[in-house]
Design a protein around this ligand. Structure first.
Ligand SMILES: Nc1ncnc2c1ncn2[C@@H]1O[C@H](COP(=O)(O)OP(=O)(O)OP(=O)(O)O)[C@@H](O)[C@H]1O
Ligand SMILES: O=c1ccn([C@@H]2O[C@H](COP(=O)(O)O)[C@@H](O)[C@H]2O)c(=O)[nH]1
Length: 241
C-alpha cells in the first residue's frame, strides 16, 4: 500500500519538543517497516505564521510571504527527517519527481512546501496523485472537517464523510492568504476531486491515530470519499499488496 501522510506544523511542532517529533517519526517508520510505501509532507504551523505576520507588517507581498512559509515548512521537514532512520531521504525533495523517485527506491520522502500560492495541503494531494497513492491522510489540529471553523463557531458540526466535491463547497469560502488556516486548502480539495484518492482528515495530535487510520481505516475524523465509491475501503491490514 502507498500512503501520503500530511502532518500539520501545528501538530508536529507546536513547540520544539523533540519527543513529539520522535513519536510521529516512529509511526511513519513502523508503517514503512510493515511494507507500506510512505510519503510525508510537513506544514509550517505557528512558526510559519509568526514569520509571515512579521514580514507582512514589514511590507512583504503575498508571494514573498509564501516563500517564507515554504522555508519554514522545509525546516520542519528537516526536523522530522532528523528523527527518522537512514530510510528517509536526507533532505526535503523540492518537486514531486524527486519525492516520487525516493519513494520508488523505498525511501521515506519528507517534503515541505513547493511553490507559492498554496499550502502543504496541496503539496500532499499532488504527491498522492503523482505517486498514485492508495490513501492520503491529513493529520491536522482539529478532529476533521466541520461545517464552520470549530475554533470560531460553537455549533459547527463535524462531517463523518464528504465527497470531494462537497469538501470543495465547504472550504470554498476560506481565505487563501499566506499563512491562512484550513483543514484542507481549496487547491488540495480540487486535486483530491480529480484524482479520486481516498482521503482522511483527522486529529493528528496523537500520532497513533494516523497508524490506526492507515492500518485499519479506524478514525474519528472525516472520510473524503471519491464520487460513486463503494463502501468497501481497502486499508493496510486487509491489503495483500
Ligand atoms: N470548516 C472547517 N473545519 C475544520 N477546521 C477549520 C474549518 N475552517 C477553518 N478551520 C481551521 O483550520 C485549522 C486547521 O488548519 P491549519 O492550517 O491551522 O493547521 P494544519 O492543517 O495542522 O497545518 P499547519 O499548522 O501546518 O498550517 C483549524 O485550527 C481551524 O481553526
Ligand atoms: O507549497 C507551499 C506550501 C506552503 N506555502 C506557504 O507556507 C505557509 C505554511 O504552510 P502550511 O501548509 O499552511 O503550514 C502557507 O500558508 C503558505 O503561505 C506555500 O506558499 N506553498
Amino acid at each position: 500500500m502507498k500512503v501520503v501522510v500530511s502532518i500539520g506544523g501545528s501538530v508536529l511542532a507546536p513547540d520544539l519538543g523533540s519527543e513529539r517529533v520522535r513519536a510521529h517519526a516512529d509511526v511513519i517508520e513502523d508503517l514503512a517497516a510493515e511494507g507500506c510505501t510512505v510519503g510525508t509532507v510537513v506544514g509550517g504551523g505557528g512558526v510559519a505564521r509568526e514569520y509571515i505576520g512579521a514580514a507582512r507588517e514589514l511590507g512583504a507581498n503575498e508571494i514573498e510571504l509564501d516563500d517564507i512559509g515554504i522555508d519554514v515548512t522545509r525546516l520542519n521537514a528537516r526536523l522530522l527527517i532528523a528523527a527518522l532512520s537512514e530510510q528517509a531521504a536526507p533532505s526535503p525533495p523540492e518537486d514531486y519527481e524527486s519525492a516520487g523517485a525516493a519513494m520508488h527506491r523505498g525511501d521515506i520522502a519528507v517534503m515541505g512546501g513547493v511553490t507559492p500560492g498554496q499550502t502543504t495541503d496541496a503539496v500532499s494531494a499532488a504527491l498522492a496523485e503523482y505517486t498514485n497513492a492508495d490513501l492520503l491522510v491529513y493529520a491536522t489540529s482539529v478532529p476533521g472537517v466541520f461545517s464552520d471553523d470549530p475554533n470560531e463557531t460553537d455549533d459547527a458540526q463535524k462531517f463523518d464523510e464528504l465527497t470531494a466535491s462537497e469538501l470543495v463547497d465547504v472550504i470554498a469560502g476560506l481565505e487563501m492568504n499566506a499563512g491562512s488556516s484550513a483543514p484542507v486548502d481549496l487547491l488540495a480539495a480540487k486535486l483530491i476531486e480529480r484524482s479520486g484518492v481516498r482521503t482522511i482528515v483527522l486529529d493528528g495530535t496523537e500520532p497513533e491515530r494516523i497508524a490506526d487510520a492507515v492500518r485499519f481505516g479506524e478514525h474519528e475524523g472525516t472520510d473524503i470519499v471519491p464520487e460513486g465509491a463503494d463502501d468497501q475501503m481497502t486499508y493496510w491490514a486487509s491489503d495483500e499488496q
